[in-house]
Structures are given as C-alpha cells and as structure tokens.
Ligand binder design. Structure first.
Ligand code: G3I
Length: 318
C-alpha cells in the first residue's frame, strides 16, 4: 500500500502507540511495511508529554519519531491545543490571563522545538468549532478568548518554521454549518496573516454516516482553493449500528473507505490519508462505545479486510 501511495504523492498513515510497537512485533512490522506516515494516538498529548509544570516527558513521542525515521515514514504531530487529556495542574490551575498565555506559549514552543525538523505537520488546534459553526466554549477559549487560536499558530510557526500547521476537526467533512464555520475560521486566519497551512478532516464515521462524496469533494475543493493542504487525519468506519450480515457490512465499509480516498485523490491538495488505529485490536471505538466493533483496515489479527483491498485497488488503478 505504501509503495502505491507514493506513486500518487500521497501519505498513507495511521495512529500509532509505542506500547504496541514494543510488545507486538507483527503490528510494528505491519506499520512499517504498509504505511509511510504515522501519528501518535496519545503520546504527544499534554497529559503525557507535559505532566507537571516543569516536567516534560518526551519518551513516548520520541519512540514513535525514532521508529518513523528508521522506517522512512513521515510524522504528523498531534496535538497542541485541545481540551481533552490535559493534566490536573492545567485543568485545576488558577492563573491570570497573562499567566495562561505564558503557559500555552511555553507548552507549544517546548514541544514543537523538541521535534523541530522531524514533524511534517502539526495539529495545532483541534476541535474548536461547534456543530452549528460557532466557536466552541473550550478550555482555552474560556481562558484566553478566540485569539488563542491565532496565537497558537504563531507560536508553533516560531518554534518550527518548516512544519505545516493544521486546524483539525470532526464532523465538518461534508457541507454543513460546521464545515462552513471551519471554512470561515481558516479563511479569517489567513486574511489576518496567521500562519496556517492546512485543514485536517478526521472522518470518524459509520455505515450510513459518511458524508456524500459530492459534498466532501466540494468542501475539499474550496479549502484547496484557499491554498490549504487537506489531510484525512483519523478515519474509521463503525459497523455497530448496522443490522446487516457481516459480509455486507465489511463490503459497505470498504465502499466508504474507497469513496473517501477517491475524493482525496481527485483534489490536488489532499496529501495524506490516515486511519485512527492500525488494526481493529487497537481501535478506540469499542472502549468508547462499550460495544465490539471493527472500524479499521485490518482485523484484530492484522489480516487485511475488504476495506484494505478496496484501497489498494483504487491506488493501483488510478
Ligand atoms: O494510558 C492510560 C492508562 O495508564 C490508564 O490506566 C487508563 C485509565 O483511564 O487510561 C489510559 O489512558 C487513556 C488513553 O486513551 C490511552 O489509551 C485515556 O484514559 C483515554 O482518555 C485516552 O483516549 C484517547 C482520546 O483521544 C483522549 O485523548 C483515545 O485513545 C484516542 O483514540 C482519542 O483520539 C481522539 C483524537 O486525539 C482527536 N480526535 C478524536 C479522537 C477520538 O476521540
């Protein structure tokens, strides 16, 4: 898959965790053989990487970056500004506005400079927009107001001028109030000279829940026309809400993966396609929904599913 992706000048990637790279050699071989990009699923989140005010722990992020370098893979950095997986010293902290600004600035600059030159693109701000297109009342919105978004991009650029800087979100892939809000946000950032290079579309979806291809294409196209790069950053396709038989579900899942990739290949600025987990064994979905599922390209044993073959076929024939 990774060789075929290279012919399209496409990064094909997945979320990874150092835990399974150490303990599951079949998984790490699969990762290196099939993908040319990885993104840490949790290893670079604030709670892990900056657990105390004066202490950073880069060990897990470093393990992934080293693995990627050893195997000629690019890395997406994830994530600098988000309100989940934050350490208690931040969530319970009592600081002035000035101090909060200093805390966010120091965090972004320390993490981005640690990985300077090794990250293809950073998710600088994640999930800051509501379904209705307005800005969410996130932790950082609350502490610093909407200007924290521009500041975050600026600080990230200062710390690594060569990393591409992304806004990343879920549910704004098709045409709807949310994607309209994201479009307005990133266009506004550009117009005021904020250094933003791309938009990540997470694409956590399900059978029957994927955005229509025509809408996805139109949305990607309008972002591409702003000169922005587009990545599908966290794709998975849940099966659990369907009552069809397993074979039908897997075929429908394959169609959805193929359709999304096909749109990406048709938009010249869509440069990366990543799933959120290597195999069904490592998906976050069963833990999150409390129900078994199989949302990825490989089953629990790393055996390729119809979705994998659909992607390979598309890459080989286009
Ligand atoms: O590692 C600890 C473990 O030591 C501890 O015993 C256990 C008890 O709760 O928690 C473990 O950490 C969990 C971590 O995943 C590691 O798997 C966290 O509780 C849990 O909150 C965390 O969930 C992650 C979630 O983001 C929050 O960071 C998911 O794995 C991860 O898939 C999910 O990914 C997000 C993207 O970053 C952004 N887009 C949406 C996507 C899905 O929610």
């Amino acid at each position: 898959m990774r060789l075929l992706a290279k012919q399209h000048d496409l990064f094909i990637g997945t979320a990874a965790d150092p835990g399974y790279l150490q303990n599951d050699s079949a998984a790490s071989q699969l990762l290196a053989r099939e993908f040319n990009m990885l993104v840490p699923e949790v290893a670079m989140k604030w709670e892990i990487i900056h657990p105390e005010p004066e202490r950073y722990d880069f060990s897990r992020g470093d393990a992934l970056v080293t693995f990627a370098r050893q195997h000629g893979m690019a890395v997406r950095g994830h994530v600098l500004v988000w309100d989940l997986q934050m350490p208690a010293w931040v969530t319970n902290g009592q600081f002035t506005r000035q101090e909060w600004m200093q805390i966010l600035c120091t965090h972004i600059k320390s993490v981005v400079s640690h990985y300077r030159g090794q990250i293809y693109a950073w998710d600088v701000v994640n999930e800051a927009v509501n379904q209705d297109g307005t800005l969410r009342n996130t932790f950082w919105m609350n502490k610093l107001g909407p200007e924290h978004i521009a500041m975050a991009f600026q600080w990230a650029r200062e710390a690594d001028p060569n990393a591409k800087l992304f806004y990343n979100d879920n549910g704004g892939e098709g045409l709807n109030p949310k994607s309209q809000g994201i479009y307005a946000l990133v266009q506004g950032l550009q117009q005021t000279g904020v250094p933003i290079d791309g938009v990540g579309m997470q694409m956590h979806t399900s059978l029957g829940g994927a955005p229509p291809a025509i809408e996805l294409s139109a949305n990607m196209q309008r972002l591409a026309e702003l000169g922005l790069e587009i990545h599908i950053t966290e794709m998975d396709v849940r099966l659990q809400y369907s009552t069809s038989d397993n074979e039908t579900k897997l075929a429908q899942q394959a169609d959805i993966y193929q359709q999304v990739l096909s749109v990406c290949l048709s938009v010249h600025n869509c440069k990366a396609f990543l799933t959120w987990g290597l195999t069904d064994r490592y998906s976050w979905i069963p833990g999150f929904t409390g129900k078994p599922d199989a949302p990825l390209l490989y089953d629990k044993d790393g055996v390729p599913k119809p979705a994998y073959f659909a992607i390979v076929k598309l890459l080989a024939n286009q």
